[in-house]
Design a binder for this molecule. Structure first.
Ligand code: GEK
Length: 242
């Protein structure tokens, strides 16, 4: 069973910025499942998209892979030896555990795990690039450049799966989706203290855009279509097609 996330359960005098350290990596599956509505559906669908779009002898990049859930989903769904999957994360704690997870399975497609920044990943011969809730942790002024690099590294017809927490552009609607998400977290057993301390920890670290900001950025670098295939409260997943 996954370790329970109670990182923010006790009162803190000072809440520092959130970081992906050993404590977070140890409870990550529980944390993300109780915080992101539909996380497992998104992971399963990423595998299904891989099955449909990954072409023979191409590369797949999973930028901000954490423990490798999206990479594993693609590795399992694609025909054997179809692709090389590069799972990259900037957190040493995540990468160490991700490597352990990958080593524990005999997978039909290779997953190469490495520590690094999405900003400097060398993306080439890609039929699929995944950023599953990673862009939101990257400085807003660096986002366009990453999207451009993803576009340039994709083969024609390749896809970019971008999942993000988003804000609604009008205040009333934004309050509505935030409240629904808050209730989702309460329902999943997070206390008011945990919710408020985590919110404070993420305040300077997770900076979210609206759907239209993402869409404009993707179209601006050249993606021919942008499909929002998933949305629940303030979480969405897009597929941008080259
Ligand atoms: C999943 N995709 O389970 N470059 C690379 N990695 C980064 C960067 C960066 N610049 N900044 C943050 N990260 C995963 C879930 S979690 C989402 C992704 C969440 C990494 C960070 O270390 C963490 O592992 C991941 O992005 C974000 O499908 O915690 O809400």
């Amino acid at each position: 069973m996954a370790n329970k996330d109670n990182i923010f359960a006790t009162p803190r005098d000072h809440v520092g910025d959130f970081c992906f350290d050993d404590a977070v990596a140890d409870v990550f599956p529980d944390m993300i499942n109780r915080s992101v509505p539909g996380y497992q559906t998104i992971i399963d669908t990423i595998g299904e998209l891989g099955q449909a779009y990954v072409t023979p002898h191409s590369n797949v990049f999973d930028l901000g892979c954490s423990l490798g859930a999206a990479s594993l989903s693609v590795a399992r769904r694609c025909p054997a030896n179809q692709c090389d999957i590069f799972a990259i994360d900037s957190s040493e704690a995540m990468v160490k555990r991700c490597q352990r997870v990958v080593d524990a399975f005999n997978l039909p497609n290779a997953i190469h795990v490495s520590e690094g920044y999405a900003q400097s990943a060398s993306i080439n011969n890609a039929s699929m690039v995944i950023m599953n809730f990673t862009m939101q942790f990257i400085a807003p002024d660096e986002r366009r450049e990453i999207v451009k690099r993803v576009y340039d590294g994709l083969n024609p017809g390749g896809i970019f799966v971008l999942s993000e927490k988003v804000q609604h552009e009008q205040e009333a609607g934004n309050a509505l989706i935030n409240t629904l998400h808050l209730n989702f977290k309460r329902h999943n057993g997070y206390s008011e203290l945990e919710i408020s301390q985590k919110r404070a920890a993420l305040e300077n670290v997770m900076l979210i855009d609206s759907f239209s900001t993402h869409e404009k950025r993707l179209r601006n670098v050249g993606f021919s279509d942008v499909v929002m295939w998933y949305k629940c409260y303030n979480f969405m997943s897009l597929v941008a097609i080259k």
